[in-house]
Design a protein around this ligand. Structure first.
Ligand code: UT7
Length: 335
């Protein structure tokens, strides 16, 4: 017996956006006093002018997301108790367990929600969007939050000039709701290649190398990155994912109103946009203000540019990061 043909399909529309960056700034001038670097080098090699740092004892990644999600709920005029599920993309969870999502739901009063953390490094928000959209498309859930946030300052060695100049703290979130007019998360190309981990990882603190006095002494709990190797793979990976997605969805670059790229390095962003054929005025950019907030960059871009995005605009979100993980997602803006 053939399956009944669905009369309509449900998509997952983004109906609200929220974001948060902490008030304390770490400028290039501050970094000049901490490591052997120069403002000019950082600006020209990365595009970063300053980043935000979450200061205060006992504050973690969930504290970046509390204001972001409360902001989102206020805009959408919903109470947190209406949220069904919260997905938190992060590599800097509050604790090894319970999950940041679990802690966050309690802090925001999402008392009817379940949730989980998703570790996809800089691509975590993209992985989360597809996962969250699937929960909506299944028909089982009506309000799913997809958040991306990292307190990178908790895993950065401020004696290592290769990494400390790049990263900052911040995060954002979107609300996904069912839509029957074709708005929302339409398609994705998502990739993973674990062989890239040698170029970008945190060595210790997991089950392979649990924390010992030696791992702490050897500074193995901080981010390790071979920047030039990651750089090369990032431009290629992001650009190829965008082109593959355009091809798959039969759209041309002219039909994409916004490229929303992971904010890791302005030269990676420009290289990706050029290869994808999207001019700079249609590329979201905030790396100069926040640096690389890992899973936070994409929702923070949406938050910063929200007033410029029009209903019906096609957005391509693209990311590349640790793992390697990378990909691109097509969204038709619905709010
Ligand atoms: O979001 C996760 C994914 N991560 C990324 O996408 C990051 C990708 N990589 C990058 O963004 C860049 O590789 C960096 C910004 C990390 C480094 O820029 P680069 O142009 O690739 O520099 P490099 O590592 O090839 O180093 C070039 C030179 C070296 O000096 P020598 O050997 O040529 O004398 C470095 O020692 O720049 C030196 N250098 C610095 N100089 C001043 C490295 N870091 C610094 C610094 N200040 N902070």
């Amino acid at each position: 017996m053939s399956k009944p043909t669905p009369t309509h399909s449900i998509t997952a529309a983004i109906t609200a956006v929220g974001g948060y960056v902490p008030p304390d700034k770490l400028t290039n001038a501050d970094l000049e006093k901490m490591v052997d670097t120069q403002d000019e080098w950082i600006r020209t090699r990365t595009g970063i002018h300053e980043r935000r740092i979450l200061k205060g004892a006992g504050l973690g990644t969930s504290d970046l997301l509390v204001p972001a999600i409360l902001d989102l709920c206020k805009k959408r005029k919903i109470d947190p108790s209406e949220i069904d599920c919260v997905i938190v993309a992060t590599i800097t969870p509050d604790y090894p367990f319970p999950s940041t999502a679990n802690v966050l739901c309690e802090k925001i009063g999402a008392k009817n929600a379940w949730g989980f953390d998703l570790a996809g490094a800089c691509s975590g928000f993209l992985y989360g969007l597809t996962t969250g959209a699937s929960l909506i498309e299944s028909g089982r859930y009506k309000k799913v939050i997809v958040a991306g946030a990292d307190k990178m300052s908790s895993i950065i060695d401020y004696k290592d000039r290769n990494t400390c100049i790049i990263f900052g703290d911040g995060g954002g979130a979107v609300l996904l709701e069912p839509n029957d007019e074709g708005y929302g998360v339409l398609d994705s190309i998502l990739k993973s290649d674990g062989s890239g981990r040698k170029y970008l990882h945190t060595h210790a603190g997991g089950s392979v190398h649990p924390t010992t006095e030696e791992t702490v002494r050897n500074r193995q709990h901080y981010v390790y990155q071979e920047g030039a190797a990651v750089f090369k793979h990032a431009i290629k990976g992001m650009a190829e994912a965008v082109v593959e997605l355009l091809d798959k969805t039969k759209l041309t670059s002219d039909q994409i109103q916004w490229l929303v790229p992971h904010q890791a390095n302005i030269r990676i962003i420009e290289g990706t946009a050029e290869r994808a054929g999207i001019p700079s005025e249609r590329v979201m950019l905030n790396i100069h203000k926040y640096g690389n907030t890992t899973a936070g960059t994409l929702p923070l871009c949406l938050w910063d540019y929200e007033s410029k995005i029009k209903k019906g605009d096609h957005l391509i979100l693209a990311a590349f990061g640790g793992g390697f993980t990378w990909g691109a997602t097509l969204v038709k803006w619905g709010s």
